[in-house]
Design a protein around this ligand. Structure first.
Ligand code: HAS
Length: 542
């Protein structure tokens, strides 16, 4: 039985679920504050509390808890194994404690440092300690997950790792490589800065943060990709076009996701152009698996569409079940990812980055990636889990489908408005410029278009949160038969490895390559920072 895993998944999903209305409230307040001609709901200084809350609650807490929960659900069932109860309880306890501490710091207005917490801005120590505890909690879970997958590998040398578990494993390997530098930054630099006023080298701190910050986005993405690869073919009743291609994509994500973080620091002085160019090139490598994913999913869709009688170049697209809850909930995030992915490639281009960096363009990019590809997939998965794990009939499924479309249209409008305003120079992360009367009038219509999009997907979010709650509270009790379940990971039978050893299944080897490339990617820039000599500065209150 999966009693302990299910309890863990229920609690982590509940925490993730509770973050949605809170993060959404911060989001809508911010949207109004930033839009010319709209009512101004919060003071200038509260704006930074709201912005920090929005980023931390949704991008860090919602995602981490959801990913821990879905990982326990998928891996235990696909590998037919159990996590250690101690590890589950300990990791949950630490992560919850950390979240509460950080929440106290943010909600009391003592952590206006945004989710990137760049020094010399100083937050209350509880904020940093809370963040560190959340990470440590996730590590406890991660170690146990590695134990189970490596044991499966050892005990079943002739079996392939199932495709969803492989994706979840990849996400956690990325987490393994990404989190130690930010933990060092927090414990050695930021906590002492916050507690004792210790001086900190800003560039060193930012570099350690972005060592973590970019792989973090693939930690958000990979569980969504794993759900797409597993569930979309299941919903369509066809096999995935290529499982081998899926695993190649996972491996490329894993090995290339870390040595790329300097693309967030193109305009930081103190790191020379050589390593920035190297990270530009590796960023194009890490964009490749998403293109493989696009190809793999499209080929699967085409196969299914043609089986249903679709003809011609695009006729098959209209034969797909666009009105089904599971299909639209999993496919529309991919349609959003096409938008966010293309702008990601633009961000990564060294020269173009100087046009879009720190503008509202970036806000458009990350809403359609983490808020589109990842968050919408996670919300759809929550509804499916309410049906298939909690055995509740989904209340008004048609409304959920309508909300998925509203979310998608809203995010497209939001991103278009913010892209154009960004290219015109509208800055992100500030309200002063807009409300000090300094904003050029030409930004206004685009920020207003963005606001219409933002309100549209905010309303979609409210509907979806309401439907999840209504399903759990009032949904009719019905056990869904195994063959009708979308997330039926317990019925996976791992395939056999043919022709002896199969390099894609040698996960230990790929973990070593991942760690080595991450270190190689950062030795040079860190050497440059230390060789130049550190320039520590004292903290400033935000
Ligand atoms: Fe990014 C900034 C580059 C992907 C999240 N990114 C951010 C920030 C966040 C974020 C949160 O190079 C802001 C950080 C901050 O606060 O400062 N990003 C990239 C690149 C990719 C990318 C190259 N980002 C993501 C993902 C995220 C995410 C994924 C979250 C989940 N990003 C950057 C850069 C910056 C940045 C710079 C810094 C900018 C600056 O100056 O500050 C790539 O991985 C993207 C590859 C994706 C593709 C798309 C493939 C298309 C697919 C869809 C196909 C469609 C189908 C539909 C099948 C190439 C998969 C068919 C439909 C039918 C109807 C048939």
């Amino acid at each position: 039985s999966y009693e302990a895993e299910d309890r863990f998944t229920k609690i982590t999903m509940l925490v993730a679920f509770l973050m949605l209305p809170l993060g959404g409230l911060f989001g809508i307040l911010q949207l109004f504050k930033r839009t010319p001609g709209f009512p101004d709901p919060v003071s200038d200084s509260t704006y930074y509390t709201v912005l920090t809350g929005h980023g931390v609650v949704l991008a860090i807490v919602f995602t981490t808890f959801f990913i821990m929960g879905i990982s326990a659900f998928v891996v235990s069932r696909e590998l037919k194994t159990n996590f250690s109860r101690l590890a589950l309880n300990l990791s949950l306890g630490l992560a919850l404690l950390g979240t509460v501490l950080a929440a106290v710091a943010i909600l009391s207005g003592q952590a206006k440092v945004l989710y990137t917490f760049y020094p010399p801005l100083r937050a209350n120590p509880l904020f940093y300690i809370g963040a560190a505890l959340l990470i440590v909690g996730s590590w406890v879970f991660m170690v146990d997950l590695f134990r189970l997958v490596l044991r499966f590998r050892r005990e079943n040398p002739d079996l392939k790792i199932p495709v969803a578990t492989y994706g979840i494993l990849t996400a956690w390997v990325i987490w393994l490589v990404a989190t130690p530098p930010v933990a060092l930054e927090v414990l050695l630099l930021l906590v002492p800065m916050s507690l004792f006023g210790m001086e900190v080298d800003v560039l060193l701190a930012r570099t350690l943060f972005w060592w973590f910050g970019h792989p973090l986005v693939y930690f958000w993405l990979l569980p969504a990709v794993a759900l797409w690869y597993y569930a979309i073919p299941r919903v369509l009743g066809v096999p995935l076009f290529s499982e081998t291609m899926a695993k190649v994509a996972y491996i490329l994500y894993m090995i290339a996701s870390t040595p790329v973080g300097l693309h967030h620091q193109f305009v930081d002085p103190g790191i020379g152009p050589f390593f920035k160019l190297v990270h530009t090139l590796t960023t194009f490598v890490v964009a490749t698996p998403s293109m493989l994913t696009a190809f793999n999913i499209l080929a699967t869709l085409e196969r299914a569409g043609r089986m249903r009688g679709g003809r011609g170049l695009v006729g098959w697209v209209f034969k797909l079940p666009w009105g089904s809850l599971a299909f639209s909930g999993l496919m529309l995030p991919i349609v959003l990812f096409a938008n966010g992915g293309i702008t990601g490639v633009i961000n990564a281009s060294f020269q173009l980055n100087t046009v879009v960096h720190n503008t509202t363009w970036i806000v458009g990019h990350f809403h359609t990636t983490v808020g589109g590809a990842s968050a919408l997939t996670f919300i759809a998965a929550m509804l499916l889990l309410a049906r298939e794990m909690m055995n509740r009939e989904i209340v008004a499924p048609w409304l959920a489908v309508a909300a998925f479309y509203m979310w998608t249209v809203g995010q497209y409008l939001f991103s278009i408005g913010y892209y154009v305003a960004g290219v015109m120079g509208a800055p992100r992360r500030t309200s002063e410029l807009l409300y000090g009367g300094l904003a050029p009038a030409e930004w206004a219509p685009w920020l207003q278009l963005g606001a219409i999009g933002g309100m549209t997907f905010w309303i979609a979010g409210v509907i979806l949160v309401g439907l999840i709650a209504a399903t759990l509270l009032f949904g009719k009790k019905t056990a869904v038969p195994k063959d009708e379940r979308v997330l039926a990971f317990d019925s996976t039978t791992p395939d056999k490895i043919e022709n002896g050893k199969y390099i894609l299944e040698e996960v230990r080897f790929w973990i070593v390559v991942t760690v080595a490339l991450a270190i190689l990617g950062y030795i040079g820039p860190l050497y440059e920072i230390f060789a130049r000599g550190l320039v520590p500065v004292g903290p400033v209150p935000p």
